[in-house]
Write a protein that binds this ligand. Sequence first.
Ligand SMILES: Cc1cc2nc3c(=O)[nH]c(=O)nc-3n(C[C@H](O)[C@H](O)[C@H](O)COP(=O)(O)OP(=O)(O)OC[C@H]3O[C@@H](n4cnc5c(N)ncnc54)[C@H](O)[C@@H]3O)c2cc1C
Length: 600
Amino acid sequence: MANFYTDNDDIKFLFRHMDLGELAKICEENFKFSTEFDYAPAGADEAVQNYAMVLDSLGQLSADFIAPRAEDVDRQGNTLNEDGSVTYAKGISESLEKLARADVMGCTLPYRFGGLNFPNLVYSIAIEIVSRADASLMNIFGLQGIAETINAFASEEIKQQYLHDFAAGKVTGAMVLTEPDAGSDLQAVNLRAFHDDNGNWFLHGVKRFITNGCGEVLLVLARSEMDRTGGLGLSLFVCDRGPTVHIRRLEDKLGIHGSPTCEIFFDNTPCQLIGDRQRGLVTYVMSLMNGARIGIAAQSVGIAESAFRVARDYAASRKQFGVTIEKLPAVRDLLIDMKIAIEAGRALLYETSRIVDLEIGYAKRLANPPEDKAQAKQLKNLSRKYKRFAAMLTPMSKYYCSEMCNTVAYDSIQVLGGSGFMRDYACERHARDARITTIYEGTSQLQIVAAVRGVCSGTAEKYLTELTQLNYEPQLKDLLEKLAEGTEQLKKAVVFVKAQSNEYMDLYGRALVDIAIDLINGYLFCSQASSQVDMQVKAAGNGQMTDETISMKERKAMIARRYITKNALKIRSLTEIICSGDKSTFTDYPALISPVISET
Ligand SMILES: Cc1cc2nc3c(=O)[nH]c(=O)nc-3n(C[C@H](O)[C@H](O)[C@H](O)COP(=O)(O)OP(=O)(O)OC[C@H]3O[C@@H](n4cnc5c(N)ncnc54)[C@H](O)[C@@H]3O)c2cc1C
């Protein structure tokens, strides 16, 4: 039977290559839960086996049940009924029911609420697998961060009220942040939160573009301090979708048709405050969005994987000029670039998820620090370090994977030629679904703004230094030298940019972040090519089906060589561009761009 986990050699390889046992130990807090919950693992091996088992059954469900429904879901979409309720596309309702029965709707929630207490890394793999089957379903499956936010910041009473139902898949949620005048700039949120004399809170106002706004549990960012502008006037609230929550419209969209995007009017809706007032945006939503950004990165890798497979299969059977098109150099190049880009995105995504797990794990340990002062200090340093790494890698992953996914989805259509433009093949749907990934949960431009801080503040340099200290095979020496050279170029570019203005940093932010990502991915590929894991995978052969196999390590060494060699040239040219001092974007704008058309 088809299985989107077991048929993916790269995921299986990374699952073994990355130290999931170490993450299990951290998430399971030294396996202390096994005394209280009989399904909690008592050791690392058992935990890792559990992860593999769940991914295996999710992989099968995705291939056998979810993917075959995706096309109908895309055509059918959701319906806003006259009574204001929303009906999901049939395939979405059916798949959600299956996912709930498979007990995967509370992947990262603690055992005490019925969750699986999985590391974020395993959750990212799960999201990738579901997204490969149906990107729009992921938008509901991947909203588990709402429950996580409640778990991290709400009172025990609120947790008890909602989290059992989330883990059981009885309710779904929505992240209700965006308003007509507050998109990228969430500090401008204006929906009003007010309380009566008894301290009961209510919400009043409009939100738009809300994924699954018809869900039962809504986390709403609102202005609780009317005398304060900006982020510090905002708090986070939770409310039920009761009679005062009106879905005014469903958006008519380019892609992800199975995911309802709602405009909501809150008409004095009763709600409860999450955590403390005024920390809504600066603490809680930032945390929520960081998790969601990794989710979108995983969604992007899943879409790209699916789009690649359509192209790969087509290229093996379509004949032109007497040969299958995969024999033509131009098509080969496209397919290889797509495949390497996906594996680069996956490497960055999984590494980011691992770092986030370490960040959370050390922060938890820090809540009860050891008495020994030296140990406590060491723990504090580790916690701080992973927090910084996560803050830089999260926007990098979201940016890289979503841009990669768009390129791969478009190239997939190109490989199919005219057929790719037709609805007969899934790649046109993948391209439409891919388009949103660089926009929601913060556009690529906003991810760059967040990531460039890490690049210019020395975090990228520190992280790259850590990567140099991993064990590498001797035959990768020349590649590691190229990466070291690239790191020097990055340092030079950072020094130059810091000597200019903030505006200059904004202008060349993308180039700086691109260099840093290329270097990080280069090291990650070299580390995979030096893996302890010895895994043989099937090779494509030369156009024919063959039994030929190749070791994954060897394959990864080839990928590393291609990726690093190509990017070394790109890094050099980007550095030159950054250090050119060219500010023509500012000076030439008025001359190059025509006036606003409505004013002429
Ligand atoms: C299908 C869909 C689902 C969504 N789901 C949700 C959801 O569940 N919950 C929710 O709250 N929101 C949701 N959104 C909203 C989404 O997060 C916003 O659309 C997104 O953050 C961008 O905001 P905006 O559309 O207002 O664009 P704007 O903020 O107006 O941006 C327009 C352009 O300006 C650029 N720009 C803006 N500021 C900067 C800057 N400082 N530096 C550089 N460039 C900048 C942007 O990159 C973009 O290119 C969804 C949107 C869509 C389309």
